[in-house]
Design a protein around this ligand. Structure first.
Ligand SMILES: Cc1cc2nc3c(=O)[nH]c(=O)nc-3n(C[C@H](O)[C@H](O)[C@H](O)COP(=O)(O)OP(=O)(O)OC[C@H]3O[C@@H](n4cnc5c(N)ncnc54)[C@H](O)[C@@H]3O)c2cc1C
Length: 419
């Protein structure tokens, strides 16, 4: 009998997994459930090109419609999975139908954390889907007063887009420096400087206590008593995993859906990937949810292989990029604020990287317009290349050359010759 595999969620994770099921040779029925009214698509442009009105939203689609027809994949757009019965192996749909599955993949991503009391307030937005992006974009006119609550990556990207469009931008950030829980202080400080140099009014250590409509626009009050006026407010204070289907089905959930290295949940034939999955991190130790595009894409391929009867383990060092102004910021590994920072490159010219070390070993890299360094550090971490720490932290050394010299494929003696 023909098997049915169902993918719940039409983001980069769900879309890539459906695609990969066919690449892996699965011949049965594939159904993708997308609660959004469109084919699977990528979200990074929503705070960048699409937000600035420079990129056609249609170009965010992972594949054109004909591709799904050709691969015989049923994509049900505008249809949500509302409940999962893992004993009967059925999924209840928002249409009232019930779908029977043999294997199911949960790739439901997350939803933005809301600022209490501001839900539904006109002019106050969160940013997760295309509709959010288009609603904010419509208000980013030259001279518009924009307040962004939260100075993390989404906040930073929206700030950069709004500044580029000629808006007047204020960021209200609760921490003393943005990203201070993620990055060592020196790097968090540089990240903030990037924005202030480009004209963002960055207020740190402030908590927004209320937002209301006044005669001059939206009025945001902070706990310190300051008042800020705005035409539009974007709340970028993180996301929460959309794990309620799994939770209600009795699947283990702890900060997302708990999966093993093969993307299997605690229940047989149920897999989970992407922003919603809490997975082991073989290169970093422990487990965590990773909210990065590349992570969702890679886990999708691993899950698809395993669903199709193969055996693959997820073993990537996390990597994320963020485009802000004319810079691409990239981070690999899992930085901690207490990591040692080893800079190389041109800090003043915004073309530098910071190799992060902890207890004498490399644990990550943060780079501003230095993609090669991030690639090299990923390789060094992934393959556990035996590059001496003294060479890694020496700013005169080229990280890409070091990775090459110490990789197993390098000709014998290459590491020494380079030294
Ligand atoms: C504005 C923005 C900018 C970003 N920029 C970057 C970047 O520059 N670099 C980077 O690495 N990462 C970036 N990210 C993060 C990246 O997009 C996510 O890590 C990635 O989208 C995760 O993919 P996913 O498939 O797990 O989830 P998602 O892409 O969120 O997809 C999940 C989909 O499932 C749907 N869904 C949820 N519940 C159901 C249900 N019950 N039934 C049916 N469908 C359901 C959701 O509506 C959604 O369409 C950005 C994210 C956003 C929001």
């Amino acid at each position: 009998m023909t098997e049915t595999f169902v993918v719940i969620g039409g983001g980069v994770g769900g879309g890539t997994a459906a695609l990969a099921l066919r690449t892996e040779g699965f011949k049965g029925r594939v159904v993708v459930l997308c609660d959004e009214p469109r084919l699977p698509y990528s979200k990074p442009p929503l705070s960048k090109g699409v937000l600035r009105g420079e990129e056609d939203p249609g170009r965010t689609a992972l594949r054109p419609p004909a591709w799904y027809d050709k691969k015989d994949i049923e994509v049900r757009t505008g249809v949500a999975a509302t409940a999962l019965d893992v004993a009967a192996k059925t999924i209840a749909l928002s249409t009232g139908e019930r779908l029977t599955y043999d294997k199911v993949l949960i790739a439901t991503g997350g939803r933005p954390r809301a600022l209490p009391g501001t839900e539904g307030l006109p002019g106050v937005h969160t940013l997760r889907n295309l509709e959010d992006s288009q609603a904010i974009s419509a208000r980013l006119r030259p001279g518009a007063r924009v307040i962004i609550i939260g100075g993390g990556f989404i906040g930073g990207e929206v700030a950069a887009s709004a500044i580029t469009l000629g808006c007047s931008v204020t960021v209200l950030e609760g921490q003393r420096t943005p990203l201070e829980r993620l990055l060592p202080p020196a790097l968090a400080g540089l990240y903030m400087r990037l924005h202030t140099e480009r004209g963002v009014d960055f207020r740190t250590g402030v908590t927004v206590s209320s937002i209301e409509h006044g005669p001059d626009g939206l009025l945001a009050r902070t706990s310190g008593g300051a008042e800020h006026l705005a035409d539009v407010i974007v709340v970028g204070i993180g996301m929460v995993p959309a794990d309620e289907l799994a939770r209600a089905a009795g699947i283990e959930v702890t900060d997302g859906i708990v999966v093993d290295g093969r993307c299997r949940t605690s229940v047989p034939d149920v897999f989970a990937i992407g922003d919603v999955a809490n997975a082991p991190q073989p290169h970093l130790g422990g487990r965590m949810r990773v909210e990065h595009w590349q992570n969702a894409q890679h886990q999708a391929k691993v899950a698809a292989k395993n669903m199709a009867g193969g055996s693959a383990e997820f073993a990537e060092v996390p990597w994320v990029w963020s485009d802000q102004y004319d810079l691409t910021i990239q981070i690999t590994g899992k930085p901690e604020p207490t990591d040692e920072v080893n800079l190389r490159g041109d800090v003043e010219g915004w073309a530098f990287s910071a190799l992060l070390t902890r207890e004498g070993r490399p644990v990550g890299c943060v780079a501003f317009n230095r993609a090669d360094d991030v690639r090299a550090v990923r390789r060094i971490m992934t393959d556990r290349l035996p590059v001496p720490i003294a060479r890694l932290i020496d700013p005169a050394e080229d990280l890409a050359e070091l990775a090459k010299a110490y990789s197993p494929a390098a000709p014998e003696g290459a590491a020494k010759e380079y030294a």
